[in-house]
Design a protein around this ligand. Structure first.
Ligand SMILES: O=c1[nH]c(=O)c2nc[nH]c2[nH]1
Length: 541
């Protein structure tokens, strides 16, 4: 592969050469499929957007013709020859090439539509808890540590300065960004905590590190549910502090090119009616309206609690609808136990769903019927839901989405409501998500969930170069039989020969099979480089 480092000299385009794989919808009503192209694609250095491609330019001759035709000169090549000047009639480009022998390919960056950044220290810690006791035992304690000391005179937290966030909070947020970028997450919709300085620190760090992000200050003012050591003291406190983070983020990134605020009532039980009302109004008061994120219908005990706290509402979804929180820019996490009426309401409001399969399993919440959501025309993306989810990897979420969809047929509600197989048992298999579908949810589905379907998620004209370079590694089989090796010397050992990560290739796989192997056994070792808006934000040698 060519260099993935940033160039010392100005250039007009980066030309990416090699193999490009993405998940696409071939037509309306169809299912996603993987598409593969070989050739060259170029991205403007000015705005990080795709300016064109040539799928004929897949060999050296055709690529040289493309360079000549466009008056392009390779800035690294001329710099290596000490001849940067003297090419004034040419357009300078930087070239990044995949190594085909290492099974490298460009793939759209992953979009994590639901992740709690302050919970990252708890990833993998949940014991045998379920949602409501997990919140009290594991989650509120860790999130509460992101607060800054109150003002000595007023007793309130008045600072909005990210530097007033505890250093450990800043370090945890920086590590979450490093970790998610290393897994190919180019955009994340983050929940922070209810602390303004720490929330602003998360926004600032995403901005500095170059990760596209939605940043939500978590609102929770209901004293009947929230713990005293970690809550907003009134609906007005929720509103004022949320406004402070919105103003901070708008000042940080006025065009919202990288970082945007997202209104975040944690979930119905943590919020009073006035808080829900004022947050719905707040989101609607901006043009365009702000994004909103919350949780819905994750766990059976939570459903009972919502019924008890909001007896006037017909359903959980109706609580949010009453306060104008179901909008086309609302991300609803989990959605495991929605009724048909709730799904119809969510569809009518064009609100979006973040499917969090790892967390749903870990906390024993249930299996989300993703196929039903998709069949009913609801937009779905994937969320890691750290730390309900144990992994910050969206590839892991894609794998778990495939796995959970296969378990769905075992559940009584699915068996009751859906067609059986030819023998009249279980299910006819339609619930199963394919690898192409789960990768679609991880990229284009996520893009639609964050209302950026025209900007990210694929390789289309004008889309931002939010992309990862995947390296599966080469095939390095020994020439001799392992039976002829000295026992245990490892000379015929594929693992020792150095494949990248866990993906062992034997040279017999089709390209589609290589992608299946990547989804089922790949990890961050396969992510060689990551760009956001054309800027290199992560690389691994
Ligand atoms: O998975 C979850 N994680 C949380 O932090 C949370 N808060 C409310 N509901 C929740 N669900």
């Amino acid at each position: 592969m060519g260099s993935t480092t940033d160039c010392l000299f100005d250039y007009a385009f980066t030309v990416y050469r090699g193999t490009f794989i993405e998940s696409i919808l071939p037509g309306s009503g169809s299912k996603p499929i993987l598409a593969r192209n070989r050739g060259a694609l170029w991205v403007s250095a000015a705005d990080g957007r795709i300016q064109g491609w040539d799928w004929q330019a897949s060999d050296d001759n055709a690529f040289a013709e493309l360079m000549t035709r466009n008056y392009w000169v390779d800035i690294d090549a001329v710099a290596a020859q000490g001849q940067v000047n003297g090419h004034d009639s040419k357009i300078k480009v930087k070239i990044v090439t995949t190594n085909e022998e290492q099974n490298e390919f460009f793939f759209p960056g992953f979009i994590d539509t639901h992740i709690h950044a302050p919970q990252y220290p708890n990833a993998g810690l949940f014991g045998s808890s379920t949602l409501l006791d997990w919140l009290e035992t594991y989650t509120f304690p860790v999130e509460s540590r992101f607060g800054s000391p109150p003002d000595s005179k007023t007793g309130h937290q008045t600072s909005t300065d990210p530097r007033d966030a505890p250093i450990l909070a800043q370090q945890i947020y920086d590590q979450v960004i490093s970790r998610t970028l290393s897994h190919g997450t180019t955009c994340a919709s983050y929940y922070a905590t209810n602390h303004v300085p720490a929330t602003n620190a998360l926004a600032t760090l995403c901005y500095i590190r170059g990760q596209r992000a939605f940043i939500g200050r978590v609102c929770m003012d209901n004293p009947d549910f929230c713990v005293d050591y970690y809550r907003d003291f009134s609906a007005n406190d929720s509103l004022v502090a949320t406004r402070q983070t919105i103003e901070y983020i708008h000042a940080l990134d006025p065009e919202g090119n990288l970082v945007k605020p997202i209104v975040t009532p944690r979930f119905a039980p943590t919020c009073t009616r006035p808080a829900l009302q004022s947050l719905g109004d707040l989101a609607a008061s901006y043009s365009p309206p702000l994004h909103i994120q919350t949780h819905i219908s994750e766990n059976i005990n939570e459903l009972a609690l919502v019924k008890e706290l909001f007896p006037e509402a017909d359903s959980y979804a109706a609580v949010y609808d009453k306060y104008n929180l179901l909008t086309p820019r609302t991300i609803l996490a989990h959605a495991v136990h929605l009724t048909a009426d709730e799904r119809a309401l969510i569809r009518a409001r064009d609100s979006k769903i973040s499917h969090c399969p790892a967390s749903n399993s870990v906390l024993g919440s249930g299996i989300c019927p993703v196929r039903t959501l998709l069949d009913e025309g609801i937009t779905v993306g994937l969320g890691t839901d750290v730390s309900g989810g144990y992994s910050p990897s969206i590839l892991e979420a894609a794998r778990q989405a495939c796995l959970c969809s296969r378990l769905l047929a075992q559940s009584a509600p699915w068996q009751r409501d859906n067609p059986k197989d030819a023998d009249g048992n279980g299910s006819d298999g339609r619930e199963k998500l394919s690898v192409s579908e789960s990768l679609y949810l991880a990229t284009r589905g996520g893009a639609a969930v964050i209302d950026m379907a025209r900007d990210v998620g694929g390789f289309e004209m004008g889309m931002l170069w939010d992309v990862q370079l995947i390296r599966l590694g080469g095939v390095k089989l020994a020439k001799k039989s392992p039976l002829d090796c000295v026992v245990g010397d490892g000379s015929a050992d594929l693992v020792k020969a150095g494949p990248v990560g866990n993906v062992d290739l034997f040279g017999t796989e089709s390209w589609e099979e290589k992608i299946q192997k990547w989804v089922w056994s790949g990890d961050d070792r396969n992510v060689k480089a990551v760009w956001v808006g054309g800027r290199l934000v992560h690389s691994r040698v």
